[in-house]
Design a binder for this molecule. Structure first.
Ligand SMILES: Nc1ncnc2c1ncn2[C@@H]1O[C@H](COP(=O)(O)OP(=O)(O)O)[C@@H](O)[C@H]1O
Ligand SMILES: [Mg+2]
Length: 211
């Protein structure tokens, strides 16, 4: 029987370094012969990418409550269609955002629902799937902004600084709620962060060598 793949998720405000670290980890795992694929949320397939386009580029206002359900719909499609079948085939999956983003952005950021209510909602979208490990990149809003100032901002990135402060604080709260979270000081150099993540991932994927 094939052992199921591992699921690692990357979380934090825009500019904190998620995509950078995900790409480095993917490159490392591939070099070690670990079957590995990555997906971004919202997105990852035609239906979920269409929902992404609506969420990030709609010219019409989308209410925060509608956001919760649109993100959840994109997630449900991605999990059922793409993630679960791959995990069952033993493929390790790296995700650039997962349901913790909804808790942070719509829950803590917009105050749509409290975190407990959102935690009850997420399993409907995910089928109860939980990451083995979630890396939360903690960075000040000011530093994150300075890293992304040249980039064009999508609908969600155009929110106020106060909103992102609530999101960043939300992530710190989330990080303390379960042992699967590993919070990282995202102001550290890229190579140091990669080494920390690599060390942690190796303890999951090669438990015998992690000692
Ligand atoms: N640890 C780091 N220190 C300094 N700059 C970084 C670090 N990690 C990423 N960056 C830079 O910050 C910007 C945003 O990184 P990115 O990985 O795209 O963040 P995210 O995917 O979380 O939005 C990029 O220009 C990237 O090169
Ligand atoms: Mg990114």
């Amino acid at each position: 029987m094939i052992s199921p793949g591992f699921l690692f998720t990357f979380e934090g405000i825009d500019g904190c370094g998620k995509s950078t670290q995900l790409a480095l980890l993917r490159e490392y795992l591939s070099s070690q012969g670990v079957p590995c694929e990555s997906f971004r949320e919202p997105g990852g397939n035609i239906v979920s990418e269409s929902i992404r386009d609506l969420l990030l580029h709609s010219d019409h206002p989308i209410t925060p409550t509608a956001e919760v359900f649109l993100f959840s719909a994109a997630r449900a499609q991605l999990i059922e269609q793409d993630i679960k079948p791959r995990l069952e085939q033993g493929i390790t999956i790296l995700m650039d955002r997962f349901f913790d983003s909804t808790t942070a952005y719509q829950g803590y950021g917009h105050g749509v629902m409290d975190a407990d209510t959102l935690q009850k909602l997420h399993p409907f979208a995910t089928g109860g799937l939980l990451p083995h490990r979630t890396y939360i990149f903690d960075l000040s809003v000011v530093e994150a902004r300075s890293r992304t100032q040249q980039q064009e901002k999508d609908r969600i990135e155009q929110q106020s600084e106060a909103y992102f402060e609530r999101v960043a604080e939300g992530y710190r709260q989330i990080a303390s709620t379960a042992s699967r979270y590993m919070i990282l000081d995202a102001s550290r150099p890229i190579g140091e962060l990669h080494d920390a993540i690599r060390g942690d991932v190796t303890s999951w994927i090669h438990p015998a060598q992690g000692e």
